[in-house]
Design a protein around this ligand. Structure first.
Ligand code: BMX
Ligand code: ZN
Length: 308
């Protein structure tokens, strides 16, 4: 069994992946990225926790940020505020098996390539919507990784050159508008502006908590303010997706991330606003894409045919 670990800014998900890409023993724990030592010790803990249940042959870790697959390090991560972390070496030493690292969104795409939409589509663009927005590019059946293995950072393409400042320091990045972090900000802003709205009341009843579902719940309950938040958010997502469709003309743009659980309520609105709506779909692997993709990293890196 291969172990796949999918590190997000909020949670670390893991699971065992068999030869047919079934995921078992799925676990999730909050991400603790206070410092590299705490982070590595959590990853080692997760790895060790699977030892009793199966014979692990390799481990792969998907990381949010720039990775060096050759050195096995997390080079830099704005969202985790970590740099130069020797992830693969640590896990390999702890578990006594080969360990590999990849960018988290690239891993989601590898999951699609091996077990999802990519099995039948040679030209595929992956977009993961979470704390940030990540991406992956597959052209003619090969994975495009670019200079320093860092292609596909779709979250940091500019959609508004005089817009808000992104966590990366640049102006108007797509993820500053269309990530779940941005959706939460937009939801709070709208509730603050319309304190009498159902949206604002719902937030108040929940003790002030807002997450990626809040605006959708209120919109579905008929709140026009929340409806506008969802509509505008779909517009932000559509801008970036439309750019990707025009640049790559892929067979499919595959969307992943928990917010995609909203399904057609969100995606139909995006489709109305893009030029090639038939090419857009939601990952059927859901959160398993990142785990499967991390688990198959060893194969991906061995199989050079995969690369442009
Ligand atoms: C950020 C970026 C990507 C990552 C994406 C998704 C950085 C620079 N991370 O745009 O590498 O793939 O977020 O990350 O720190 P997630 O946390 O939403 O899964
Ligand atoms: Zn940015």
């Amino acid at each position: 069994m291969r172990l796949g670990i999918d590190v997000g800014a909020t949670a670390i998900k893991s699971g065992l992946v068999d030869d047919r890409y079934n995921v078992t023993g799925k676990r999730s724990r909050p991400t603790d990225a206070r410092d590299a030592a705490a982070f590595l010790s959590d990853l080692a803990d997760i790895g060790r926790s699977y030892r009793g249940s199966a014979k692990i042959t390799s481990v792969g870790i998907g990381l949010p940020g720039q990775v060096d697959p050759h050195k096995g390090t997390l080079v830099d991560s704005t969202n985790l505020a970590l740099a130069d972390v020797p992830v693969a070496d640590t896990l390999s030493r702890e578990l006594g098996v080969p360990a590999f690292v990849g960018n988290d969104a690239n891993c989601a795409m590898f999951g699609e390539v091996y077990a999802g939409e990519g099995v039948t589509t040679p030209n595929l663009i992956m977009v993961t919507v979470g704390t940030g927005i990540g991406g992956g590019i597959r052209i003619n059946g090969k994975i495009y990784r670019g200079r320093n293995e860092s292609a596909g950072e779709f979250g940091h393409m500019c959609v508004n050159f005089s817009g808000v400042t992104c966590r990366c320091g640049a102006t108007g990045c797509w993820e500053a508008y269309a990530s779940v972090t941005a959706l939460i900000r937009q939801t709070r802003d709208a509730a603050g502006q319309y304190p009498q709205s159902l949206l604002a009341r719902l937030i108040e009843e929940g003790g002030g908590a807002v997450d990626g579902r809040t605006a959708f719940i209120a919109a579905k309950a008929g709140c026009p303010v929340a409806e506008q938040v969802v509509e505008t958010y779909a517009g932000y997502l559509a801008v970036g997706i439309d750019n990707l469709l025009i640049i790559f003309r892929p067979d499919k743009v595959v969307l992943a991330g928990a917010v995609m659980n909203e399904g057609d309520f969100l995606v139909s609105r995006i489709k109305e606003k893009i030029r090639f709506p038939d090419q857009l779909c939601i990952s059927k692997l859901h959160s398993h894409a990142g785990i499967i993709g991390a688990a198959v990293l060893g194969e991906v890196y061995r199989d050079h045919k995969q690369f442009v």
